[in-house]
Design a binder for this molecule. Structure first.
Ligand SMILES: Nc1nc2c(c(=O)[nH]1)N[C@@H](CN(C=O)c1ccc(C(=O)N[C@@H](CCC(=O)O)C(=O)O)cc1)CN2
Ligand SMILES: NCC(=O)N[C@@H]1O[C@H](COP(=O)([O-])[O-])[C@@H](O)[C@H]1O
Length: 206
């Protein structure tokens, strides 16, 4: 009976679009995305990767039953081990969800137009090297902006430079702090990132 169940599971998941998620920290977006596609008839998350062995995203992956992999700088930048792993898992698309290293050329080429990132601001402002996490929210507040938001974009060789797929906005109030703004941004991310991924993948499948 177990062999039959395994066969049914294989048949059910055969032909699905496979996603790998890269994250460097907590992984709340990785969890939201994984749950969104759990039981989805055309898309599944098959691998979660991190550059930080202590990243909480790895605990989330374990609880979600998603295989995970950790890599260091030499592995990521001076070998194709990560690419080999993506190929072993038949990964079709890569999602960057709080991943904090520059993706190298070999991986950009292998997943040209098939790598999506979320940035916690309204690009092109507040993007580029050094602009990540709370640093972004602190800069937005320091400039007394009246709005911020998220940008979902394709990934190319340059930080935060790829084609923008969508942006969603949120207003700031006078007493917003980096933490309160981060909370507003996370709400936008959870509401829009999985749907933006789904739309892009289904529009470009085949
Ligand atoms: N080739 C690309 N790689 C990455 C992109 C991209 O668009 N093209 N997006 C980033 C995600 N990101 C913003 O959305 C981003 C992440 C990190 C940084 C940054 O300055 N990182 C630091 C290192 C931080 C660390 O090691 O903890 C740095 O490079 O000095 C900027 C933007 C993911 N990769
Ligand atoms: N420039 C990249 C960047 O700052 N990404 C941001 O890191 C956070 C990760 O949160 P999570 O680990 O809880 O998903 C998210 O807010 C994401 O937009």
């Amino acid at each position: 009976m177990q062999a039959y169940s395994a066969w049914l599971f294989f048949i059910y998941n055969m032909g699905k679009i496979k996603i790998a998620i890269f994250a460097s920290g907590s992984g709340s977006n990785a969890e939201q995305i994984t749950n969104y596609f759990s039981g989805h008839d055309q898309i599944e998350v098959v691998l979660i990767l991190s550059n930080k062995p202590t990243a909480y995203v790895l605990e989330r992956a374990a609880k979600l039953g998603v295989p995970s992999q950790v890599f260091d700088r030499p592995t990521f930048y001076q070998s194709e081990n990560v690419l080999d792993s993506l190929r072993t898992h038949e990964v079709d698309y890569i999602v960057l969800a709080g991943f904090l290293w520059l993706v190298p050329q070999y991986l950009i080429e292998a997943y040209r137009e098939k790598m999506i990132n979320i940035h916690p601001a309204l690009l092109p402002k507040y993007g580029g090297k050094g602009m990540y996490g709370d640093r972004v929210h602190r800069a937005v507040i320091a400039d007394q902006e009246t709005e911020s938001g998220i940008t979902i974009h394709l990934v190319d060789e340059v930080y935060d430079n790829g084609r923008i797929l969508c942006q969603e906005r949120v207003s700031l109030v006078a007493d917003d702090t980096p933490d309160s703004l981060a909370e507003k941004i996370h709400e936008l991310e959870y509401a829009y990132f999985p749907k933006a991924i789904e739309s892009y993948l289904l529009e470009h499948k085949g």
